[in-house]
Design a protein around this ligand. Sequence first.
Ligand code: UD1
Length: 427
Amino acid sequence: MDKLIIRGGNRLSGTIPISGAKNAALTLIPCALLTEEPVTLRNLPRLADIDGFQHLMGQFGVAHTIQGQRPEDFGRVVTLEATRLTGTVAPYELVRKMRASILVLGPMLARMGEATVSLPGGCAIGNRPIDLHLKALEAFGAHIELAQGYVKASAPDGGLPGGDFDFPIVSVGATENALMAAVLCNGTSRLINAAREPEIVDLCRLLTAMGAEIEGIGTSELTIHGAKRLHGATYRVMPDRIEAGSYACAAAITGGDVRLEGAEAEDMGSTLHALRNIGVEIESDKKGIDVRANGPLKAHNLTTAPFPGLATDMQAQLMSLLTRAEGTSVLKETIFENRFMHVPELARMGADIETEGRTAIVRGPVNLTGAEVMATDLRASMSLVIAGLAAEGETTVRRLYHLDRGYERLEEKLQLVGADIERVGDD
Ligand code: UD1
């Protein structure tokens, strides 16, 4: 297995191209199940999770072609064609590796009248149940059975009628699954207290381009008028707001000056607000965001929340940054119960962080020192890279498969702005 070696201390300066959003791509790909016509996605990031999802789609008989992009380019153009589906089962060995596989349930059920998907099981950051995905589909008229670790969903003869569902808590994944089923229901459906993350807006835009009729896009109440059939579409995946936010933290912790090319400030409101409060200068235009950190960093309290609140996916990276800020910062994680696994690793690099349940108290500034570290999830791994960029000496980050799931060509992008980082084979 590969590892990353980072020699900290370089001030980052220059331009980083921001890739297409992983979390958007993972809900746009299963939309191809909703039509027999081709769906072309542009700006798809080259990531292990995206390849995995394409492989899963192949299990159902979905053909995919990758159109001519040079290997040196970021992003890909992929056409998915679900002319005739040959299977409706998402097996455990694929779902286990990639939780997002659960997102085939809604579209597959709506198109084929049945779908069998393995229960994803637990995950390093928490329990992550899927009860709300299932309840929303039941509200649309689906029959759900759980047996031998699988969810078996079926529609009545003549298809899903559609219906209303009021989410007791905001769930991104359940909103996505429900939306992808509702667009092919016979009647009108309403989703109340729906997630309104930018990735949901991206999903609604692709569905609309495919002929779906959705009212309330960008709000927490969505009304979907079901269609008999949807058609193909070509769609560009939105920029990755979490990747952009991560590199903003990397730039800031090194006192750097970096342009995030292609990043969309409107999608990143809370993250940019947090960075400004920490003392980072942010300027944005239509084509990107400039991040500059000249002065000292200041402590700042943060609480994760559904959009437009601060993304849980930014918590670990901001925590690394706050280890270098003057004063005490309190970070509260409200989305997942076990999302502080980076804390003991950051502590090994010299961070002064205390946790009490879902709260972390960060005292700074500390001088970070290089160490051998590893993390158990994607964003936690990124927080260690960020700390490594500011640490004195050498940091080795192991278990790179987490980073490869979510950051397209991470070390290349950081090298572009002057980081001393390399990927080497493990010994
Ligand atoms: C969540 C994040 C998303 C992030 C992703 C990956 C939120 C609201 N969602 O999305 O921004 O990109 O993780 O890190 O910040 N829940 C249930 N039952 C369900 C589904 C969810 O109880 O059926 C709970 C979860 O345990 C969690 C909360 O609802 O506490 C939000 O989960 P959800 O938004 O569904 O998670 P993801 O879609 O994975």
